[in-house]
Design a protein around this ligand. Structure first.
Ligand SMILES: *[C@@H]1O[C@H](CO)[C@@H](O)[C@H](O)[C@H]1NC(C)=O
Ligand SMILES: *[C@@H]1O[C@H](CO)[C@@H](O)[C@H](O)[C@H]1NC(C)=O
Ligand SMILES: *[C@@H]1O[C@H](CO)[C@@H](O)[C@H](O)[C@H]1NC(C)=O
Ligand SMILES: *[C@@H]1O[C@H](CO)[C@@H](O)[C@H](O)[C@H]1NC(C)=O
Ligand SMILES: *[C@@H]1O[C@H](CO)[C@@H](O)[C@H](O)[C@H]1NC(C)=O
Ligand SMILES: *[C@@H]1O[C@H](CO)[C@@H](O)[C@H](O)[C@H]1NC(C)=O
Ligand SMILES: *[C@@H]1O[C@H](CO)[C@@H](O)[C@H](O)[C@H]1NC(C)=O
Ligand SMILES: *[C@@H]1O[C@H](CO)[C@@H](O)[C@H](O)[C@H]1NC(C)=O
Length: 900
């Protein structure tokens, strides 16, 4: 009998047991319901994924309570099939699951994508079922294909029509990625297929191997009764399938206990969490002999790794007179372990023992060391599967997935890991590093439209990128020049616009980069057009700005030091602002700051460059004092920018500066105090101060007014750059004011856009165009304002946390807008107290602010106009609603007599 036959007969015995178990009344299971319930609960904690491949619909298995899902959320390729009628299994046990299958006639590699909620760096029990079942009526006698877990070889599946039942491969896999791929690879011996796939979270370090995954070879329950069948889910919390092992039958006798509730399975001794049904039976040598022995020969000779892990499981189930204990040693492939002692009703797991054997032989004996014979309740043998290959660098994987998503690339072969095993992704090439990196991407003639995806810039090892012959619009990102190894960049025959970034042209001139740009009629390649667009190298702008800010600040400081307290000239007059208030910017000494804040007693916030304290001026006014933390170099620049701005601009919707302190080491800004904190806190899920719809609209109008003033009321215009709900502060009366101008930039010529090397801002609010190209203008603020409006309307943060990471608020809102489902969009806490018309209008305004390209976004003055209209609409509808309530009350009394 060769290995394959051993395996087949093994499976047959097992299946017969299963068939029997389905026909006998299952007294064992029925006997102990409470115990069962407890385990069901345990099992329920282990929310895994069970897929019935080829099934038409989701269902719950009647016997086990396992919820099977169809393939549809896990794979997009392949075809559903059912087994030939003569193979239709009617037994409950897996019957339904193994009667359907999914086949993969196309593609060299097809992969299931599993995303367990427990995520990466966890242990999982993965099991795949295969059954040919003559689905194609071709009586195939040899189908062979490879199975991969992630990027590593797992097994070679061989199936024939002669096998009535199924084969399953079980593996304990430690996943270093959030996504686990199970791939079927066509090796030229027939169409790959699969019947079922399970994945269970296994929080158990006992089964963890540092050097690979564990292939299950034997999971033997000893001494059980045939009629009680196989033990599995939900008795087993990990859904392991315990096979009744009868290979020792001739030399052993069976023992068991009925005292099942007394076996301490919850204790830490049961570290592999064996079910009580497995532990309550055991074998011992017959006729007073003192030794149990067993031999296993691996039937797998292809891709065989000669390393095994063996676990022995014991529990003393006999109460021995005189309190004597069983003592024994274990000899495994010639090595002796022990002495071991068993205590009554206490589980004991010994192992895992590692061993190597080139012949694939595992031989053990358990030998008594006292006059009591040894017992064995169960054992497990695993083969170690080394994981030689690491999956593709995660940064590259995330980037290529984002690209796939952005351009809706729908290619059957773009599935599984991009680089391994063997690249099957057309247009993509990888290097041989471990982990591999993506080095080449050819998406020419792929009908791509929209901007050049930002994610392309995250493929940091890329050497060659071909995007020619598509419909790409927008500008060429300068950041391409920062990809160190990029030597080929083909962008010809697209609809790109703007100027070609200087640095790319330089690289091309110096022959570091083959740049091709032909066939983009609106793209300006001349040097002059760059000058015209004012995009001279960024460091120059940055240093000019910081030098002038420094200059300005020192002039101001000297000015104030000289004239302290006497002169009150509004510096802002140079900007041509109408000032209703006199400038109250007043310099403070550090000692004064200490006294104002009562020695920094009360912290009321934490800003971009340090903590914010509550303070009291002599005249009784409350102020907020922002102290620059001394470690913050970045903060110093922001501090200067903010001072520079706030001493020249004043508006009722911008937070105003009361004074500042600039004494070398100690710098602080003193603002008017905003009693109601920031908008973000008001919108938090657990906020106690719920803002009603009208208040939200008013806040939107206020913020729009502040921003409109920065953009259109200031010369030069000012771009805030970090507009977000935590930068909108609220007064006692909920009047909104914009704060935190640390990142803002003023631009000498209106209409200019500037290239910034370090796109700053807050995730969720950053204009995607600005992030991609570094081109900054007023429209970047408009985008952030749109997000802010969405936040006000929906009550959701810009990045909504979920199981699979974050969802951007726009991704969340878009499908709801398409469905016209305004009720699900509007913050449920408003409980319907808003007029639907007004809500739609507000949403429309919000969405008009966020198209991907800045040209499509309106100016703040238009947005302000629309928002004011919206607010007016809401106010009038509130009035008419109140009116109609009164009306119906009147009608109610009028109609009452008629009803009688
Ligand atoms: C298999 O048999 C069951 C019960 O007789 C039946 O409901 C089911 O449709 C059959 N399935 C196939 C694939 O023939
Ligand atoms: C398949 O085998 C069955 C009996 O085993 C036979 O009746 C049938 O003709 C065979 N079909 C083909 C296509 O060979
Ligand atoms: C895994 O088990 C340990 C110990 O039982 C527990 O502390 C830990 O929280 C568990 N982890 C998960 C993710 O369930
Ligand atoms: C992993 O393998 C290395 C050598 O390949 C070995 O030194 C190490 O002991 C192994 N670690 C474990 C936990 O088996
Ligand atoms: C022990 O149990 C196995 C499986 O039920 C059975 O085949 C065997 O005959 C039993 N042995 C004895 C000695 O009863
Ligand atoms: C993947 O690539 C990124 C970017 O080059 C790098 O920072 C990271 O260390 C790489 N990860 C691994 C596991 O090599
Ligand atoms: C680029 O990679 C960085 C770091 O890995 C990540 O934070 C960012 O979201 C990625 N950007 C895109 C557009 O994929
Ligand atoms: C660029 O190529 C060089 C040489 O092949 C290599 O050493 C380096 O790691 C590559 N850089 C990146 C970011 O992949």
């Amino acid at each position: 009998m060769d290995g394959g036959q051993i395996l087949l007969s093994y499976i047959k015995v097992w299946v017969i047991l299963l068939l029997l178990s389905a026909t006998f009344p299952n007294s064992k299971l029925a006997a102990k319901n409470t115990e069962q319930d407890k385990k069901r609960k345990l099992a329920a904690e282990n929310s895994g994924i069970s897929i019935d491949c080829g099934a038409d619909e989701d269902y719950t298995d009647r016997e086990t309570g396992i919820s099977y899902k169809t393939d549809k959320d896990f794979i997009s390729t392949g075809k559903n099939k059912v087994v030939a009628p003569e193979y239709n299994l009617t037994t409950l046990y897996y019957g339904k699951m193994v009667n359907s299958l999914r086949i993969f006639p196309e593609g060299e590699r097809n992969c299931y994508t599993l995303k367990p909620i427990q995520g990466k760096n966890q242990n999982y029990y993965v099991r795949a079922f295969f059954r040919y079942g003559n689905y194609d009526s071709k009586n195939q006698t040899q189908i062979k294909f490879d199975l991969y877990i992630g990027v590593n070889y797992w097994a070679t599946v061989e199936e024939t029509f002669e096998n009535k039942y199924w084969i399953n491969y079980d593996i304990i896999h430690y996943s270093v990625t959030d996504t686990i791929y199970v791939c079927l690879v066509n090796t030229g011996f027939g169409v790959p297929f699969i019947s079922g796939l399970d994945l269970l979270f296994m929080n158990d370090s006992s089964y963890r191997s540092m050097n690979g995954s564990l292939l299950r070879r034997v999971q033997a329950d000893l001494g059980g009764e045939v009629s009680l069948g196989t033990i599995r889910y939900p008795d087993d919390v990990y859904a392991r399938i315990w096979q009744l092992d009868v290979s020792l039958t001739d030399s052993v006798s069976n023992i068991s206990t009925e005292a099942i509730t007394n076996i301490d399975i919850q204790g830490s001794d049961n570290r592999c969490r064996l079910p009580v049904e497995v532990l309550r039976t055991a074998v011992q040598p017959r006729n007073g002999l003192k030794s149990l022995s067993y031999t296993y020969t691996s039937p797998y000779k292809e891709n065989f790794t000669p390393e095994f892990l063996v676990f022995f499981h014991f529990a003393e189930i006999e109460q021995i007179a005189g309190g004597k204990l069983r003592e024994f040693t274990i000899t495994l492939n010639g090595l002796k372990y022990g002495l071991f002692t068993l205590e009554y009703l206490k589980p004991l797991t010994i192992g895992p023992y590692k061993l190597q054997d080139q012949e694939g032989l595992v031989r053990f004996s358990i030998d008594a060391s006292s006059d009591l014979p040894p017992i064995l309740n169960a054992f497990e043998i695993f083969e170690l599967l080394p994981l030689h290959d690491s999956p593709t660098n995660q940064t590259d994987v995330d980037a290529i997935m984002a690209i796939k998503e952005a351009y809706k690339i729908n290619r059957g072969d773009w599935q599984g890991d991009p680089c391994l095993p063997r690249t099957t992704w057309t247009g993509l090439q990888c290097n041989n590093d471990n982990p591999p990196r993506i080095i080449s991407l050819n998406l020419s003639s792929s009908q791509l439209s929209g901007n050049i995806a930002v994610s392309l810039l995250n493929l940091t090892s890329i050497k060659s990128l071909d995007l020619s012959n598509n419909e790409l619009t927008g500008t060429v990102p300068e950041a391409f020049a920062q990809l160190p190894n990029l030597t080929i960049l083909y962008l010809s025959r697209n609809k790109l616009t703007g100027a070609v970034p200087y640095s790319l042209k330089e690289k091309s001139k110096s022959r570091q980069l083959q740049l091709s740009l032909d066939g983009n009629p609106d793209l300006c390649k001349l040097d002059t057009c760059e000058k015209k667009q004012g995009s001279f190298p960024v460091p120059v702008i940055a240093s000019v700005i910081s030098v002038s800010v420094l200059l300005l600040l020192s002039i101001i400081t000297i000015f104030w030091r000289l004239k302290r307290g006497r002169l009150n000239v509004p510096l802002s007059s140079s900007v041509g602002l109408s000032l209703s208030l006199k400038s109250k910017n007043q310099p403070f000494t550090y000692t004064e700051i200490v006294s104002i804040t009562n020695n920094f007693q009360t912290i009321i916030g934490e800003g971009g460059f340090g903590k914010v304290y509550l303070g009291n001026l002599n005249d009784g006014r409350q102020v907020a004092v922002k102290l620059l933390s001394q470690s913050s170099r970045q903060g110093y620049k922001e501090f200067l920018a903010e001072v520079k701005l706030l001493i020249i601009v004043h508006h009722r919707n911008l937070v105003s500066l009361v004074g500042y302190c600039n004494e070398q080491e100690n710098m602080a800004l003193v603002y008017e105090y905003m009693a109601n904190g920031n908008l973000k806190d008001h919108l938090l899920e657990n906020s106690t101060n719920m803002l009603n719809w009208r208040a939200r609209l008013q806040i939107a109008v206020d913020a729009a007014q502040g921003l409109e003033y920065l953009h259109n009321g200031c010369k030069p215009p000012i771009v805030h750059r970090d507009l977000k709900s935590s930068n909108i502060l609220l007064t006692e009366n909920l009047q909104a004011k914009i704060a935190d101008f640390g990142l803002s930039k003023a631009f000498a010529n209106e209409g200019d856009s500037h290239v910034i090397t370090d796109p700053a801002g807050t995730p969720g609010y950053i204009d995607p165009e600005y992030r991609a190209s570094g081109n900054l203008n007023k429209k970047s603020d408009v985008y952030s304002f749109g997000i802010l409006l969405c936040e006000l309307i929906t009550g959701q943060p810009p990045l909504i946390r979920g199981h699979q990471g974050h969802t951007h608020i726009l991704q969340w809102v878009s499908p709801l807008v398409e469905r016209g489902d305004i009720q699900s969009i509007i913050d449920p806490r408003l409980q319907g107290e808003f007029s639907t018309n007004c809500a739609w209008k507000a949403l429309e305004i919000a969405l008009s602010c966020v198209p991907p390209t800045s040209i499509q976004r309106p100016d703040m003055s238009d947005i302000l106009g629309e928002l004011k209209e919206c607010l007016a609409m809401e106010m009038s509808s509130e009035i008419s609603m109140r009116g109609s309530v009164e009306m119906s009350l009147v009608l109610g009394t009028d109609m009452a007599p008629n009803l009688r």
